[in-house]
Structure formats: C-alpha cells, structure tokens
Design a protein around this ligand. Sequence first.
Ligand SMILES: Cc1ncc(CO)c(N)n1
Length: 231
Amino acid sequence: MKFSERLHQKLQPIWRQNHAHPFVKEMGEGTLDKEAFRFFMVQDYLYLIEYSKLFALGAVKAENVQQMETFASLLHSTMNEEMALHRQYAKKFDITHDELENAQPSPITLAYTRYMLYEAQNGTIAELVAALLPCMWSYWEIGKELNEIPGAAKHDLYGEWIQMYSSEEFGQLATWCIDLLDQAAEGKSEPELYKLEEIFLNTTRYEFMFWDMAYYQQMWPMDQSFDGKKR
Ligand SMILES: Cc1ncc(CO)c(N)n1
C-alpha cells in the first residue's frame, strides 16, 4: 500500500470531521454567513502567503530537477491561480488593497503557518510534504464533494470557490503533492514514517481549527485597542 493510502485510511475519522464542519456544510448549502466567509478569505490570503514559502523551501530541498520543477509549478500556481481567486473575492467584498496588506493573522493562522514552516525548515523533504499535503488534499476532496450538491457550484458567492477547488487543475496540484510524499517516503523506516504521520495528523487538525476560526471569526481575545496597522 502506498504511504499516502495508509495515511488516508488511518486518519479517515478526523478527515471526515473536516468535511462535516458547519463552515464547509453551509458553504455547500449556500447558507454560510457572508461575514464568516469574508473573514475566512482574508485569513486564507495570509495563510497562502506563508504556505507558498513551503513550496519555495521544497525547491531548495528537492532531491532532483524534476522535483524542483514540481515545487516551482506549485509555487507559481498557488501565487497566481489560487490567490487570484482571493483577489477576485476581495473585490466582491470591497476589501481594499490596504486592508489585505495590513491584515493581521488570527492566532490559528499564525500557529498553523508557523508550525508548517517550522517542519519545512527543519525537516526532511518528506516532512515538508507531510506538512503541506492535508491542505491541498482536503480542499480538493471538499471541493469535489461540494460540487456534487446540485446548484452549489453556481451559487453567487460560494460557487467560484467550489469551482476552483474541484477543478482538474487543482486536482493536478494535489496529485503532485501525493506523489511527492509517496516518493519521499519510499525506503523510510517505521519510526520515520511515524513522524510523517504525526505531522500529517497535526496539519489535518489545524485544517479543522482553521474552519472553526473562520466560522466564529476568532481573533485575539483581548487587544481590540491595537489595530495592528503598520505605522
Ligand atoms: C487553510 C487552507 N488549507 C488549504 C488550502 C488549499 O490550498 C487553503 N487555501 N487554505
């Protein structure tokens, strides 16, 4: 069995909780609070900036030119295609360039991105990919699942999101990451594979917390007087 299949099987119960999160469900039904989605889009934009750096680090740690090309393509697609979706939504929501530039990460955005960056910077290429794979893979699965709901992909607000993440292009990126992990896990010992599982589990957990953070629009609890603007 491929390592990715083993992970997928083992973590099914936790994986399912991500799909069942009210944010995801309500996006599919078209009933999600607009403000929660706006909050999500801003935080996800900040998330993707840091996430892109994992691909850059992947290119540095790549073990051959072909892997390097894959990471370069992933970096390019994330910054130019996936983030284009966020810029488009920003226009729809009247989120100005200034607001996006000055936006501050929520505690979960900060914790999640820094955790991934820590593993990417300090770990092997396999650990780097284990950290980023749940992101790509779960969004692709969620996109496809929501796309099955009649009318969901045509929804005024959430339709474009569903179209993006259920697209073949996005599926291709997710497949590349799955293949990268299977390649990198080849020949590894059980303790090393266990470490990969642990990282994959942690970012899967963070995925759930990211939905939760957006659904409840959670920022820091006590510093409303600090607006975070760069002066
Ligand atoms: C939090 C999060 N996870 C995964 C993706 C998919 O790239 C995303 N855009 N945001």
